[in-house]
Design a protein around this ligand. Structure first.
Ligand SMILES: [Zn+2]
Length: 257
């Protein structure tokens, strides 16, 4: 079920938990087998709903899910709990919250999923950055929204995405991205122009407003791993993994004074 999962004590006595799923442990079939967490697509909606139910029951039982309709933009949704369980997904590619008991989710299949937390205040965030997201700076924009909620030092976990040796792009497209984020430069293993979106995100985090962000890289190449979904490898009939982050409330008797 998980490519990576870890827990980190937060300053208020709670715990920040982060996870990136893999493709195992769900009920989807065919190219979507088995833990497809896509919002839409050709996979059976009932299977997708059951996959999401399984992940949330395991990772964040009882939590309020805050997820997005991702549109490859730079909009960041600031969760304040007012959307409610039945609310529509806001159109955004970043999300932040200061609430305990809310789980934030982003979904990807080659794009870069990024989870963020200030372990002192417990402010958490998540973002999804593809080529457009790196160009528009959705990840640093998410850090800015976290700072507005009171975050100080931020840690970022970078999850599975297509690597620079696999992500071939036309030379013109490469030039366009390098003009904004030169650190994204890459060459495929067969010698053609490519982009390293993970390197681009790391450079943006190093230069983030309010001070550099500590990066924990738990990525793997989605195109090269059979345990992950890849939009490129699977010609558009790919499922999605999710990045998940939450802060649990302090346990009774452990509240910070
Ligand atoms: Zn690769």
């Amino acid at each position: 079920m998980y490519h990576h999962r870890s827990s980190h004590p937060a300053g208020d006595g709670g715990v920040v938990e982060v996870a990136f799923t893999d493709r195992h442990g769900g009920v989807s079939e065919g190219p979507f087998a088995s833990l497809n967490l896509a919002v839409d697509g050709a996979d059976d909606p009932a299977a997708r709903a059951e996959n999401l139910r399984r992940v949330l029951a395991d990772f964040a039982p009882g939590d309020d899910l805050v997820d997005l309709r991702q549109v490859h933009g730079a909009t960041v949704h600031v969760d304040d709990g007012s959307r409610g369980q039945a609310g529509a997904r806001p159109e955004a590619d970043g999300v932040v919250t200061g609430r305990a008991g809310a789980v934030l989710a982003v979904r990807a299949a080659d794009c870069v999923p990024v989870l963020l937390a200030d372990l002192e205040t417990g402010v958490v965030g998540a973002a999804h950055a593809g080529r457009q997201g790196v160009l528009t700076g959705v990840v640093p924009a998410t850090v800015v929204r976290m700072r507005e909620l009171g975050a100080g030092p931020v840690t970022a976990w970078i999850g599975p995405h297509v690597c620079g040796a696999c992500y071939e792009v036309p030379e013109q497209l490469q030039r366009e991205v390098l003009a904004a984020v030169p650190q994204s430069r890459a060459t495929t293993s067969w010698g053609t122009p490519a982009l390293d979106l993970g390197a681009g995100v790391r450079a943006q985090l190093a230069a983030a407003p309010g001070g550099p962000v500590t990066v924990v890289d738990v990525s793997a190449c989605t195109l090269e791993s059979d345990h992950l979904y890849s939009h490129r490898r699977d010609s558009g009939r790919a499922g999605r993994i999710a990045g998940l982050v939450r802060r649990s409330p302090p346990r009774a008797g452990r509240e910070a004074s």
